[in-house]
Design a protein around this ligand. Sequence first.
Ligand SMILES: Nc1ncnc2c1ncn2[C@@H]1O[C@H](COP(=O)(O)OP(=O)(O)OP(=O)(O)O)[C@@H](O)[C@H]1O
Length: 248
Amino acid sequence: MLSPAVVQSAPATPEGTVFRAEALGKVYQTGETRVEALRGVDLAIPAGEMIVLLGPSGSGKSTLLNIIGGLDRPSSGRLFYHDTELTALGDRALTRYRRDNVGFVFQFYNLIPSLTAQENVRLVTDIAADPMPPEEALALVGLAERRDHYPAQLSGGEQQRVAVARAIAKRPGVLLCDEPTGALDSITGVRVLEALARAHDELGATVIVITHNVGIAAMARSVIHFRDGAIARLETNDNPVQAQDIHW
Ligand SMILES: Nc1ncnc2c1ncn2[C@@H]1O[C@H](COP(=O)(O)OP(=O)(O)OP(=O)(O)O)[C@@H](O)[C@H]1O
């Protein structure tokens, strides 16, 4: 029998664990208003998994993903990437962690309109330590022959696949996706999920996908249900479905 892929409250960083969080808390204080976005999250995420983070709006999913990706810091608690305590790093070291190890895909593609698909990907490969050629990253997402097209000449789904190519071109150990299909219809969204699944299979990256869409959870081996800044439930899916078989 397969053990649960994601576990809560791991005592130490076990072998093969990519992230371990201990009592992560995040408070946003704006004037008199105090929002507790994370309330003591304990988590261990195994390396190389495809994980979906599901939960209602405002439950803290993006906050957690941004902290995992080194874009933000928690107010309390500790977070480890393998044996490195991210919460103990200074700003420069955290930036280096992010640059060397993490690829991001957001709901809106954030491509540079005046650059072609290939040039958008090259922005990342030019500064990465061990990148793949931009053409290879575009081929992985099925866009090799569109490499000289500008974002305005591509559909929303194709632009998002360029964003996926840009995120994977530096061969990140971790690919973090915040509502990657949120702006797309179902058929186009499935092509983006296929690109993510392919990146997961071929790079062996740990992929964490935030979604509101329960249908997408079927492609992950582990589903983290989030509510009110905390993990409400962990679900293990022994038979994840292929991206192309997902519908919503
Ligand atoms: N910079 C900020 N300043 C103040 N409050 C914030 C900030 N960022 C997030 N919050 C609040 O923290 C809580 C969690 O937000 P978060 O974006 O993590 O939720 P989410 O589950 O990702 O939501 P959604 O699915 O709508 O994106 C919300 O109440 C939100 O309003």
